[in-house]
Design a protein around this ligand. Structure first.
Ligand code: TYD
Length: 144
């Protein structure tokens, strides 16, 4: 499936009680230009969000606190990636259906996106997504 798990650079003080510090730099560490950041917070355990695909956005998702399951769907199969480590990033290409499940209350989901917010580039209906994916896949197969 067209996603990638990346290591986000991280440092720790010698004293583990002083915590960690993670960072990424645009262009150097992220495989797309970042135009927007957003984050989801104050969600309770069991929260189920998302239920959409993007037609244009590349995204880097990370969870700086807590644990969140990302269910990813390319129209043929589903895979789950758990974000439970501030040093773990998930790069999603356009055209993937995603759902998120909060494993712990208060977990935070941060997203760096390649595009400005545009509701027109969302697909929110699953049947529409399947039709879009079939067309996209057959166009890509023709190119090969
Ligand atoms: P939405 O993408 O629907 O979140 P989810 O699918 O996880 O429930 O966004 C929720 C609302 O926030 C929606 O009304 C649009 C608004 N929004 C913006 O205005 N700008 C943004 O960058 C994002 C991500 C959302």
């Amino acid at each position: 499936m067209d996603y990638k798990i990346i290591d986000i650079k991280s440092t720790h003080y010698d004293d583990p009680k002083a915590g960690g510090l993670s960072f990424f730099e645009a262009e150097r560490d992220v495989p797309f230009p970042i135009r927007r950041m957003y984050w989801i917070y104050d969600a309770e355990k069991g929260t189920h969000r998302g239920f959409h695909a993007h037609t244009l956005n590349w995204q880097l998702l990370f969870c700086p606190h807590g644990s969140i399951d990302l269910i990813l769907d390319d129209g043929k199969s589903r895979e789950t990636v758990t974000l439970d480590d501030p040093a773990k990033g998930l790069v999603l290409t356009p055209g993937l259906w995603r759902e998120m499940i909060w494993n712990e209350t208060g977990s935070i989901l941060c997203v760096a996106a390649s595009e400005y917010y545009d509701p027109e580039e969302y697909i929110r209906d699953y049947d529409e997504f399947i039709a879009y994916r079939k067309k996209k896949d057959s166009m890509e197969n023709e190119k090969k």
